[in-house]
Design a protein around this ligand. Structure first.
Ligand SMILES: [Zn+2]
Ligand SMILES: [Zn+2]
Length: 344
């Protein structure tokens, strides 16, 4: 089979590899129909997340079950399925609390030996451990490029809102309108937010957020802090999502939140940074951080997608072949594409 592998910072390749085989009773083999290139793949591409040369990358996928071990009960050979970006065991202390994203033996697809040593989904075939939890049937009539969002990007946008405890009638601000931020905008509106302020610097992304029903605010041209203050009678918003993952946006999120509001940091923070903790304390804010618990959300996210309340289709800007992966990564790195879907 062909697979997209990391080679060196700035370099991916298409390699011919041995077909994966079933190694466990709860595993499935999937023939991949479509896979996505994600912002977190760029961390690997740049070498910020260390992955061994020759390791297959990618973690968003839709495909058909080719083989399944005897303990796989929730999907069967021939089923069209989508995957969550990581696996979970269902029996460790984290999983028993429903915190699948903190599973003590969880593995992330396509992130090298440090994150579970699980070969990735930008390939023709994929071995899927813990298939009962990792896979879901694709709802009737849903396209592959839409379905693959449920187990990663849309699940993450949804988590940013759900984890914040947003209620119907709340006001929301989303900082950073990459795919996750745009999905968070949709999730907030689907959850009954009365106004969603969408903040970024890229005009096309602001326009897309506006087309979903958000109020777009250009970071540098619209004075978002002032605009939010005026629109909320000086109170600030109930929920702020930082979909960037840097101290700067987190500081801004703290300033945009109302007293006793919630800041939901879904972007990937790294290292140390300065944020106005005094202001956060004074306001009595809740900070909710961390990776998305997509396995806990995937069924609700799919239900909302079937109902048309969440629709990632406009986010897919590029369709490319697996063989064009090297070109696709360069394109994605240049921020020319919002979402690239690869097909074999
Ligand atoms: Zn992803
Ligand atoms: Zn577990």
């Amino acid at each position: 089979m062909r697979a997209v592998t990391f080679q060196a910072p700035g370099e991916v390749a298409i390699e011919e590899k041995a077909d994966p085989e079933l190694r466990a009773a709860d595993e499935a083999i999937v023939r991949v129909e479509a896979s996505g290139i994600c912002g977190s793949d760029l961390h690997i591409f740049h070498g910020r997340v260390p992955v061994e040369p020759g390791f297959t990358i990618g973690h968003e996928f839709v495909g058909t079950v080719l083989a399944a071990g005897e303990d796989v009960e929730r999907v069967a050979v021939g089923d069209r399925v989508l995957g969550c970006f990581h696996t979970a065991c269902a029996t460790c202390s984290s999983c028993l609390r429903g915190d699948y994203h903190r599973c003590r033996t969880g593995q992330t697809f396509g992130h090298g030996s440090k994150l579970g040593n699980l070969q990735g989904a930008q390939a023709e075939l994929l071995a899927v451990p813990r298939a009962n939890l990792t896979l879901r049937r694709v709802p009737e009539g849903m396209s592959a490029e839409v379905a693959l969002f449920a187990g990663d990007v849309m699940g993450t946008g949804y988590h940013a809102i759900a984890h914040a405890g947003m209620r119907s009638g709340d006001t929301v601000a989303v900082l950073g309108l990459g795919p996750v931020g745009l999905c968070a905008v949709q999730a907030a509106l689907a959850g009954g937010a009365v106004e969603v302020f969408a903040i970024d610097t890229v005009p096309q992304r602001l326009a897309m957020a506006a087309s979903f029903g958000a109020t777009p605010l250009h970071l540098n041209e619209d004075e978002p802090k002032k605009a939010v203050r005026v629109a909320t009678e000086g109170l600030g918003v109930d929920v702020v999502v930082d979909a960037v993952g840097d101290p700067g946006p987190l500081a801004m999120a703290i300033s945009l939140a109302r007293d006793a509001g919630t800041v939901s940091g879904i972007g990937a923070y790294a290292g140390r940074g300065e944020v106005p903790l005094g202001l956060a304390w004074l306001k009595g804010l809740q900070l909710r951080l961390g990776l998305a618990n997509v396995i806990a959300h995937v069924d609700r996210v799919l239900a909302l997608m079937v109902a048309g309340k969440l629709d990632p289709a406009p986010l897919v800007t590029h369709h490319m072949k697996l063989d064009q992966a090297a070109e696709a990564y360069v394109l994605y790195d240049q921020r020319e594409a919002l979402k690239i879907v690869l097909t074999p």
